[in-house]
Design a protein around this ligand. Structure first.
Ligand SMILES: [Fe+2]
Length: 202
Protein backbone atom coordinates (compact mmCIF):
# COMPACT_ATOMS: atom_id res chain seq x y z
CA UNK A 1 0.00 0.00 0.00
CA UNK A 2 1.38 3.40 -0.97
CA UNK A 3 1.62 5.88 1.93
CA UNK A 4 0.15 9.39 1.87
CA UNK A 5 3.72 10.68 1.68
CA UNK A 6 4.35 8.54 -1.43
CA UNK A 7 1.15 9.82 -3.03
CA UNK A 8 2.28 13.38 -2.34
CA UNK A 9 5.60 12.52 -3.99
CA UNK A 10 3.67 11.13 -6.95
CA UNK A 11 1.77 14.44 -7.19
CA UNK A 12 5.05 16.34 -7.37
CA UNK A 13 6.81 13.87 -9.65
CA UNK A 14 4.23 12.98 -12.23
CA UNK A 15 1.61 15.70 -12.24
CA UNK A 16 -1.56 15.56 -10.20
CA UNK A 17 -3.10 12.42 -8.80
CA UNK A 18 -6.60 13.17 -10.16
CA UNK A 19 -5.30 13.21 -13.73
CA UNK A 20 -3.30 10.03 -13.13
CA UNK A 21 -6.29 8.30 -11.55
CA UNK A 22 -8.48 9.23 -14.55
CA UNK A 23 -5.80 8.08 -16.99
CA UNK A 24 -5.33 4.69 -15.29
CA UNK A 25 -9.11 4.22 -15.06
CA UNK A 26 -9.46 4.91 -18.79
CA UNK A 27 -6.76 2.30 -19.51
CA UNK A 28 -8.37 -0.22 -17.13
CA UNK A 29 -11.63 0.23 -19.05
CA UNK A 30 -9.71 -0.28 -22.29
CA UNK A 31 -8.69 -3.68 -20.88
CA UNK A 32 -12.31 -4.46 -20.01
CA UNK A 33 -13.22 -3.55 -23.60
CA UNK A 34 -10.58 -5.99 -24.85
CA UNK A 35 -11.29 -9.07 -22.69
CA UNK A 36 -14.80 -9.95 -23.99
CA UNK A 37 -13.72 -9.15 -27.57
CA UNK A 38 -10.80 -11.59 -27.15
CA UNK A 39 -13.18 -14.30 -25.91
CA UNK A 40 -15.41 -13.78 -28.97
CA UNK A 41 -12.39 -13.86 -31.30
CA UNK A 42 -11.01 -17.06 -29.74
CA UNK A 43 -14.42 -18.74 -30.05
CA UNK A 44 -14.44 -17.95 -33.78
CA UNK A 45 -10.99 -19.35 -34.58
CA UNK A 46 -10.42 -22.95 -35.66
CA UNK A 47 -6.66 -22.96 -36.29
CA UNK A 48 -4.92 -24.14 -33.07
CA UNK A 49 -1.95 -21.79 -33.59
CA UNK A 50 -4.29 -18.78 -33.80
CA UNK A 51 -6.34 -19.85 -30.79
CA UNK A 52 -3.19 -20.41 -28.72
CA UNK A 53 -1.76 -17.02 -29.67
CA UNK A 54 -4.93 -15.12 -28.73
CA UNK A 55 -5.32 -17.13 -25.51
CA UNK A 56 -1.80 -16.12 -24.53
CA UNK A 57 -2.48 -12.47 -25.46
CA UNK A 58 -5.67 -12.53 -23.37
CA UNK A 59 -3.52 -13.58 -20.40
CA UNK A 60 -1.42 -10.44 -21.00
CA UNK A 61 -4.62 -8.37 -20.79
CA UNK A 62 -5.63 -10.14 -17.56
CA UNK A 63 -2.21 -9.21 -16.13
CA UNK A 64 -2.74 -5.59 -17.24
CA UNK A 65 -6.06 -5.58 -15.36
CA UNK A 66 -4.40 -6.86 -12.16
CA UNK A 67 -1.56 -4.35 -12.35
CA UNK A 68 -3.71 -1.32 -13.26
CA UNK A 69 -6.20 -2.26 -10.52
CA UNK A 70 -3.41 -2.39 -7.92
CA UNK A 71 -2.06 1.02 -8.99
CA UNK A 72 -5.52 2.64 -8.86
CA UNK A 73 -6.06 1.20 -5.37
CA UNK A 74 -2.68 2.61 -4.32
CA UNK A 75 -3.98 6.03 -5.36
CA UNK A 76 -7.00 5.48 -3.07
CA UNK A 77 -9.12 5.12 -6.19
CA UNK A 78 -11.96 2.76 -7.00
CA UNK A 79 -11.07 0.48 -9.95
CA UNK A 80 -13.90 0.34 -12.51
CA UNK A 81 -14.28 -3.26 -13.69
CA UNK A 82 -16.41 -2.49 -16.72
CA UNK A 83 -15.91 -1.49 -20.36
CA UNK A 84 -16.19 1.99 -21.81
CA UNK A 85 -19.72 2.94 -22.75
CA UNK A 86 -20.52 2.91 -25.59
CA UNK A 87 -17.16 2.27 -27.29
CA UNK A 88 -16.48 -1.03 -25.50
CA UNK A 89 -19.75 -2.40 -26.80
CA UNK A 90 -18.92 -1.21 -30.29
CA UNK A 91 -15.54 -2.98 -30.19
CA UNK A 92 -17.33 -6.16 -29.11
CA UNK A 93 -19.82 -5.68 -31.96
CA UNK A 94 -16.97 -5.27 -34.46
CA UNK A 95 -15.43 -8.52 -33.23
CA UNK A 96 -18.76 -10.36 -33.25
CA UNK A 97 -19.47 -9.17 -36.80
CA UNK A 98 -16.32 -10.99 -37.91
CA UNK A 99 -17.52 -14.40 -36.70
CA UNK A 100 -19.50 -15.53 -39.78
CA UNK A 101 -16.58 -14.71 -42.07
CA UNK A 102 -14.19 -17.34 -40.71
CA UNK A 103 -10.54 -16.97 -39.70
CA UNK A 104 -9.73 -14.01 -41.93
CA UNK A 105 -12.74 -11.92 -40.86
CA UNK A 106 -12.15 -12.73 -37.19
CA UNK A 107 -8.50 -11.66 -37.42
CA UNK A 108 -9.33 -8.52 -39.44
CA UNK A 109 -11.82 -7.48 -36.73
CA UNK A 110 -9.24 -8.37 -34.05
CA UNK A 111 -6.66 -6.20 -35.83
CA UNK A 112 -9.05 -3.22 -35.84
CA UNK A 113 -9.51 -3.40 -32.07
CA UNK A 114 -5.80 -4.03 -31.43
CA UNK A 115 -4.85 -0.96 -33.47
CA UNK A 116 -6.60 1.32 -30.97
CA UNK A 117 -5.07 -0.48 -27.95
CA UNK A 118 -1.58 -0.29 -29.48
CA UNK A 119 -1.90 3.40 -30.36
CA UNK A 120 -3.48 4.38 -27.08
CA UNK A 121 -0.89 2.64 -24.88
CA UNK A 122 1.96 4.04 -27.02
CA UNK A 123 0.62 7.59 -26.53
CA UNK A 124 0.22 7.16 -22.78
CA UNK A 125 3.61 5.47 -22.38
CA UNK A 126 5.25 8.45 -24.12
CA UNK A 127 3.94 10.92 -21.50
CA UNK A 128 5.89 11.75 -18.32
CA UNK A 129 4.89 9.53 -15.39
CA UNK A 130 6.26 8.46 -12.01
CA UNK A 131 8.74 5.56 -12.57
CA UNK A 132 6.44 2.76 -11.35
CA UNK A 133 3.61 3.93 -13.64
CA UNK A 134 5.97 4.47 -16.58
CA UNK A 135 7.32 0.91 -16.22
CA UNK A 136 3.78 -0.54 -16.30
CA UNK A 137 2.67 1.57 -19.27
CA UNK A 138 5.81 0.63 -21.21
CA UNK A 139 5.18 -3.09 -20.59
CA UNK A 140 1.56 -2.74 -21.71
CA UNK A 141 2.58 -0.75 -24.82
CA UNK A 142 5.13 -3.44 -25.74
CA UNK A 143 2.51 -6.18 -25.28
CA UNK A 144 0.00 -4.37 -27.50
CA UNK A 145 2.59 -3.71 -30.23
CA UNK A 146 3.48 -7.44 -30.13
CA UNK A 147 -0.19 -8.50 -30.39
CA UNK A 148 -0.75 -6.15 -33.33
CA UNK A 149 2.41 -7.28 -35.13
CA UNK A 150 1.38 -10.91 -34.68
CA UNK A 151 -2.06 -10.21 -36.21
CA UNK A 152 -0.43 -8.42 -39.17
CA UNK A 153 1.81 -11.45 -39.77
CA UNK A 154 -1.07 -13.94 -39.46
CA UNK A 155 -3.21 -11.96 -41.93
CA UNK A 156 -0.26 -11.76 -44.30
CA UNK A 157 -0.03 -15.56 -44.26
CA UNK A 158 -3.79 -15.75 -44.96
CA UNK A 159 -3.41 -13.49 -48.00
CA UNK A 160 -4.96 -10.38 -46.34
CA UNK A 161 -1.78 -8.44 -45.56
CA UNK A 162 -1.51 -4.65 -45.43
CA UNK A 163 -0.54 -4.55 -49.14
CA UNK A 164 -3.76 -6.21 -50.29
CA UNK A 165 -7.06 -4.41 -51.04
CA UNK A 166 -8.73 -6.16 -48.09
CA UNK A 167 -5.81 -5.27 -45.82
CA UNK A 168 -5.88 -1.61 -46.89
CA UNK A 169 -9.63 -1.39 -46.30
CA UNK A 170 -9.25 -3.03 -42.89
CA UNK A 171 -6.43 -0.60 -42.00
CA UNK A 172 -8.58 2.40 -42.96
CA UNK A 173 -11.48 1.05 -40.89
CA UNK A 174 -9.16 0.43 -37.91
CA UNK A 175 -7.92 4.03 -37.98
CA UNK A 176 -11.45 5.43 -38.25
CA UNK A 177 -12.87 3.08 -35.59
CA UNK A 178 -9.91 3.69 -33.26
CA UNK A 179 -9.92 7.45 -33.69
CA UNK A 180 -13.64 7.73 -32.92
CA UNK A 181 -13.18 5.53 -29.85
CA UNK A 182 -10.24 7.69 -28.68
CA UNK A 183 -12.31 10.87 -28.92
CA UNK A 184 -15.27 9.38 -27.00
CA UNK A 185 -13.03 7.78 -24.34
CA UNK A 186 -11.04 11.03 -23.98
CA UNK A 187 -14.28 12.82 -23.05
CA UNK A 188 -14.99 10.20 -20.40
CA UNK A 189 -11.47 10.54 -18.99
CA UNK A 190 -11.86 14.32 -18.58
CA UNK A 191 -15.20 13.85 -16.80
CA UNK A 192 -13.58 11.29 -14.47
CA UNK A 193 -10.68 13.67 -13.74
CA UNK A 194 -13.11 16.48 -12.84
CA UNK A 195 -15.05 14.14 -10.53
CA UNK A 196 -11.89 12.93 -8.77
CA UNK A 197 -10.70 16.51 -8.25
CA UNK A 198 -14.07 17.36 -6.67
CA UNK A 199 -13.85 14.39 -4.30
CA UNK A 200 -10.28 15.22 -3.29
CA UNK A 201 -11.22 18.82 -2.49
CA UNK A 202 -13.93 17.67 -0.03
FE1 LIG B 1 -4.00 -7.00 -27.18
Amino acid sequence: MRSAMDRDAMDRNGGDTAALHAELTDLLQLEHDALPAYSVAISGLRTPEFREALTSFREDHERHVRELTALIRDLNGMPIAMPHLPTGLFKLAVQTAGLPGGERAVLLAFLSNEWQSKEKYARHAARPHPPEVAALLNRCAEDEARHYDWACGALDRLGCGADTAVGRAAGAFARFHGTVADVVEGGGRMAMETAVRGLRRR
